[in-house]
Write a protein that binds this ligand. Sequence first.
Ligand code: PGA
Length: 229
Amino acid sequence: MRKLIAANWKMNTMPEGALGADSPYRPQSTIDVVVFSTFFDLKSCIDSGLTCGGQYGRAEEKGAFTGDISMAMLKRAGAMYVLCGHSERRRYHEESIAQIGEQLKAALDCGLTPILCIGESEDDNELQRTETVLTDQLKTYTLDKRVIVAYEPVWAIGSGKTPTSAEIATTHAFLRSLAGKDIRLLYGGSVSAKNAAEILSLPNVDGALVGGASLKPAQFAQIVSAGAQ
Ligand code: PGA
C-alpha cells in the first residue's frame, strides 16, 4: 500500500520555508505527504500546492457554531483530508463518539478523506486493555475503504515515548484484522527522524501521523524519505 506521512502542525505557525520550492511538505511521487496546518494557514498552503487537510471539521454545513469550521467549507477551500477524533480534540473539546461519527460521515459525504484517530490511555495500556479499547473505539464507526485509521496511543503523543516495535506490529496486525485489508493504518505518537525508518518498515504500518517532529523541516524530510524507502 502507498504510504502516507501526515504533518500535524497543531496550533503552531507553519515552519519556515514550508511553502518553498524544495520544501519537504510538498507532494512526492512515491508517497503521500499531507499537511494539517491551522485554519489560518490552510489557504496559503493549498494555494502553494501542498496537499492539505483540516485538523477538525464540524458535521453541520453552516450555522451558529462560533469558532467552528465545517467539512463542506474545508472541501470548498481545497482541503483533501480531515482529522477526526484526534485525542486532543476529545480531551480539550470533549468530542463525543457520536460527534466523531457524524464528522466521519460528513467528511465522506463531501468528498474529504477522514483520518480517524484512535488509541488507548496510559492506564488502559498498563492494564493491557489496548485491544479491548481499540475494538470498542472502532466498532462505533462505519468504516469504508476511504477512511484512514491512525493508531495513536494517547500516552505516546508528544511524550517522546513510543510502544516497542513489536508492540506496534502486534497492535497493527490486530487493527488489520478488525479494519480489513483496504484500510490504510497510520501510526502516530512521538514519531521522530530517529525512529521513523523502523516504525515505517513494520508490517501493516502504512504511514505516520507526525506532530512535534513535523514542525522541524529537516527532521520531517528524514521521516518522509524513510517512508519512501
Ligand atoms: P507527536 O504528535 O508526534 O508530537 O507525538 C502526534 C499527534 O498528535 O498526531
